[in-house]
Design a protein around this ligand. Structure first.
Ligand SMILES: *Cc1c(COP(=O)(O)O)cnc(C)c1O
Length: 379
């Protein structure tokens, strides 16, 4: 196989990041850019400007920082750069990404109060209200779509409690931003974190933070890391008109610019949300028709991005074989991440349409007919 035989996608990624991108987004990476040239820096500035406008209608209150690395690097940059030495953070944890924030905060020696819930439950607002009575707490963080299960946390209600208590509100909107309508000023979010390779449908390589400008301005000198200093990264982008502090992922940035254009061409976040919701409904309903059971109870808000299914009870079901067979049919799915359950996940974001969901269901149905004698029943 030569390099160029390998340029075509061999399967659709039904994994929420990296995800399947359009051919045009991938093609945008074909040329090299100079990191300090004004042409490139102007692309960066346009991206920053567009991200703020995607996040809110009150753009004047916010600003954006782009940060090298995957999404977690930006989460760590926020935690490590905005909480002062004497600060304390309340972290709401109902999944692997909430747990990762707790791990980061502890590693950074930040005082943490963790409110932990099972991965299939949404947090209790009464608990949060009680926890907020701790006067030492200065910041609160929560994941919006917990990609562990696909549940949507009630960030609007939580945010109201956080703001009534006068705390700084940090939201990990990694797998939701760009795929669900939201206005972060209306939601009173102070720092929203997301990444290039989720709902905006870029390729992996950097993430970004949409921050309330007046709060970010206060973060000078607070960072616990040089490379993950959010303030310094922002200040350089502001002072030098789109310049990154260290080597920037130029090709990825150019691809992201194209991805933003394609989001606009699709009709913006509302249209994308509609496509994702339709994908998710076709998937969840089709899988249930085949006999698969959803992990999330119908009372728990399900996101339109990723869905978790229980393994069928049939003794002969083997996830690895199922995975390989689907890959052969052109679909890559995601293993489960819920601690106590045998489950798998299927994402439906990216360059993925309802016809792809239908084709996936056909492939799954045919696999089950061939390999599971008693059908899919999870009894
Ligand atoms: C993808 C994701 C992240 C970041 O994960 P990386 O692997 O570091 O990109 C963080 N939080 C949530 C909710 C995510 O879905």
């Amino acid at each position: 196989m030569t390099l160029f035989d390998d340029l075509e996608n061999k399967y659709l990624l039904l994994t929420p990041g990296p995800l399947s991108t359009s051919a045009t987004v991938r093609r945008a990476m074909q040329r090299d850019w100079c990191t300090w040239d004004h042409e490139y820096n102007s692309l960066v500035q346009q991206i920053r400007h567009q991200l703020v406008n995607l996040a809110t209608r009150q753009a004047e209150l916010y600003t954006t920082v782009l940060m090298q690395g995957s999404g977690s690097f930006s989460v760590e940059a926020v935690l490590g750069s905005v909480i002062p030495e004497q600060g304390k953070i309340l972290i709401i944890n109902n999944g692997a990404y909430g747990a990762r924030m707790v791990q980061m905060a502890r590693c950074l020696k930040i005082d943490v109060l963790e409110l932990a819930y099972p991965e299939t439950q949404i947090p209790d607002l009464n608990d949060i209200e009680k926890a907020l009575q701790d006067p030492k707490i200065t910041h609160v963080s929560c994941v919006h779509c917990e990609t562990t299960t696909g549940l949507l946390n009630p960030i609007q209600q939580i945010g109201q409690l956080v703001k009534a208590a006068g705390k700084v509100w940090i939201v990990d909107g990694m797998s939701s931003f760009g795929g669900i309508p939201m206005d972060i000023a209306e939601l009173d979010i102070d720092f929203l974190i997301s990444s290039a390779n989720k709902c905006i449908q870029g390729v992996p390589g950097f993430a970004f933070v949409v921050a309330r400008r007046k709060l970010l301005q206060q973060c000078k000198g607070r960072a616990r890391s040089v490379s993950l200093d959010l303030y310094d990264q922002w200040n350089t982008m502001e002072q030098y008109d789109g310049k990154w502090r260290f080597t920037s992922p130029t090709h990825v940035v150019r691809a992201f610019y194209q991805a933003l254009l394609e989001l606009e061409q699709e009709g913006g976040v509302d249209a994308r949300h509609q496509r994702y919701s339709q994908n998710q409904q076709i998937l969840a309903q089709g899988m249930q028709k085949l006999g698969f059971e959803l992990v999330l109870d119908s009372q728990v808000p399900q996101s339109p991005f990723i869905t978790t299914f229980l393994y069928p009870s049939a003794a002969e079901f083997n996830f690895q074989e199922f995975y390989e067979a689907l890959k052969q049919s052109g679909f890559v799915i995601y293993p489960g991440k819920v601690t106590d359950l045998s489950c798998f996940r299927i994402g439906n974001i990216g360059e993925v349409y309802s016809k792809d969901m239908e084709a996936l269901l056909t492939a799954i149905s045919s696999y089950c007919r061939k390999h599971l004698q008693q059908g899919v029943s999870t009894e």
